[in-house]
Design a protein around this ligand. Structure first.
Ligand code: GTP
Length: 183
């Protein structure tokens, strides 16, 4: 039953969850947006790329077709996600070994081509679920740490420059002003 006092927006194409995970002893709260793969939702789901910091590109190891789609996802991510977004390639349904159509090496090869980490996972047996989430969070934190360090360096350089300019503007100190001629 929907409460009548407030509006409800039903988005059939995006699932949202929040999770807290620990990386290097730090608790990190992450937002997870699971966008639908179907073509008909693409206009909406692409909007979600814009604020992403980390993206899992997921195919199904029992579907060659889903693997072939990864190239398209990568080009969409390049087009719509912010520069520097962290990506990991996932071959899901690793529990379905008897239905496998995509070899593990194919996944590894593709990930290598795009410079991504790669995991085979199973949502059914929990294989590599925690590991892949932890790794993506780690990559996002590392990327932002670099950004923060860059900002810090720039701020301290600017401060040093400001101090230098202030010093240069000051009248000369007593040591210099009471100039003594030794000759
Ligand atoms: N055997 C197996 N089945 C899985 C696994 N992950 C998901 N499934 C099944 O695959 C089907 C599709 O799962 P979804 O989570 O809806 O997949 P999705 O990619 O989000 O689908 P869309 O949002 O429609 O693109 C469901 O029947 C799941 O139970 C897995 O690791 N192993």
């Amino acid at each position: 039953m929907f409460p009548s006092s407030r509006p409800w927006i039903v988005m059939p194409c995006v699932d949202f969850k929040m999770k807290t995970i620990e990386v290097d002893g730090i608790k990190v709260r992450i937002q997870i947006w699971d966008t639908a793969g179907q073509e008909r939702y693409q206009t909406i789901t692409k909007q979600y790329y814009r604020r992403a910091q980390g993206i899992f590109l997921v195919y199904d190891i029992s579907s060659e077709r889903s693997y072939q789609h990864i190239m398209k996802w990568v080009s969409d991510v390049d087009e719509y996600a912010p520069e520097g977004v962290q990506k990991i390639l996932i071959g899901n349904k690793a529990d379905e070994e008897q239905k496998r159509q995509v070899g593990r090496e194919q996944g590894q090869q593709l990930a290598k081509e795009y410079g991504m980490d790669f995991y085979e996972t199973s949502a059914c047996t929990n294989l590599n679920i925690k590991e892949s989430f932890t790794r993506l969070t780690e990559l996002v934190l590392q990327a932002h740490r670099k950004e923060l360090d860059g900002l810090r360096t720039r701020a301290s350089n600017e401060l040093a420059l400001a101090e230098l300019e202030e010093d240069e503007g000051k009248p000369e100190g007593p040591a210099n002003s009471s100039k003594t001629c030794w000759c």
